[in-house]
Design a protein around this ligand. Sequence first.
Ligand SMILES: Cc1ncc(COP(=O)(O)O)c(C=O)c1O
Length: 449
Amino acid sequence: MKTPSKKKSVVRLARKAKLASARPGKPDAALIDAEQFLLPTYKRQPVVMTHGRGAYVFDSTGKKYLDFLGRIAVNALGHAHPRIIKVIRREAARAIHLSNLYHNAYQGPLACKLAGWSGMDRIFFSNSGTEAIDGAMKLARLFGRKSEEAPGTVAKKYRFLALENSFHGRTFGAVSVTATEKYRLPFAPLIPGIEFVRFNDVADLEAKFDDSVCAILLETVQGEGGIYPVSEEFWNRARALATQRGALLIADEIQCGLGRTGRYFAYQKFSSKPDIVLIAKPLAAGLPLGAILTTGAVAARVSPGMHGTTFGGGPLACATALEFLQTIEDEKLLENIRVRGTELREGLAKLAAKFNFVREIRSEGLMIGVELSVEGAPFVSEAMQRGLLINCTHDFTLRFLPPFIITRAQVREFLRLLELVFATTPQQASASDSGTSADSNRVAHATAR
Ligand SMILES: Cc1ncc(COP(=O)(O)O)c(C=O)c1O
């Protein structure tokens, strides 16, 4: 219960921590309640974000930020896009939820559109990325099970291969195929039969891929891991081995898909397709929606009742997702992503020449990682002070995921702000001083490339 004395102590704490206030000296009530009542799952910045417009967001004090994180790749059309607002208003007034026991007007057309973009045949809608991962793992087990293997027995093909440095989500299936130990180890025992392959290491892949594998699951471009694209050689070998062994190749495109890399899907730079593609984040422009896209062969193993969801694929989210995809086409945003991505890469290369703590720039379209030799967190805080939202992943990699609608002027504004941030932030521990350094991460990637 919220007792007055408890509330007072939280107010004191909030003041001590100099938390953002709607009025000077008065901590924001929403923030105080959050500190007291939320599970402490995030190290949140002490601000209350209230609204956004285009590539900018505003906090409760009215401060404006250039959003180069896109709410971690979700707000691909920025904030308050007029087409999205229009659809949400229209649909909210018609029906927010209609059960999956019936058809709604948008699920089928959205599935058709996604099939066209991806080259897949059948779609299942979930509420989030992690649920799409878990659903795909179920499909892989289903696909691997031979007709003579009775349900309830351990199928011969039951193992999953995933990649080192991967991130796939927080539910039990997804966390089991996520390599980063801090996300998985507290929850052991995890799903059995999962093995991690060294990133882009074809020899390791070949050594671990036997007939007991039902699927290899990979992010086409690792996001949380620090923007690392899977190599063409690795992809081709994974495809060939999956086909030879009767296993599935599953591409997690939850962060890198739906235009982010300048293609509809990141795997479209390769000549072969996966068996399953997973998407979420930007799909419904900020409303929760994920999807499993798969082939007819996989879909043929599914029968009613095997999988399902209450909320997934609701009319509001599906209508919004259709509008999102149509907007990407109508506004030629893939082209904008490629052009702005190149401008950013060139601008960042100039900064790298000025600041010797910039080690490497990795990017595909508007998915950009800048690896530093010093810790990234102080740069994130300094950027926020200066009205720029960025993120740091794996301690040493700054990650930029700007919205697809950014303009040339906003790219320039970003580069100018970042230069100031680089010039003024006091530098902390270097990568080589740290036990969990980018060095170990980087070596693992570099040797495998
Ligand atoms: C590549 C990737 N897969 C899966 C997920 C999990 O998605 P969600 O947070 O929607 O469950 C994420 C989220 O960051 C992700 O980046």
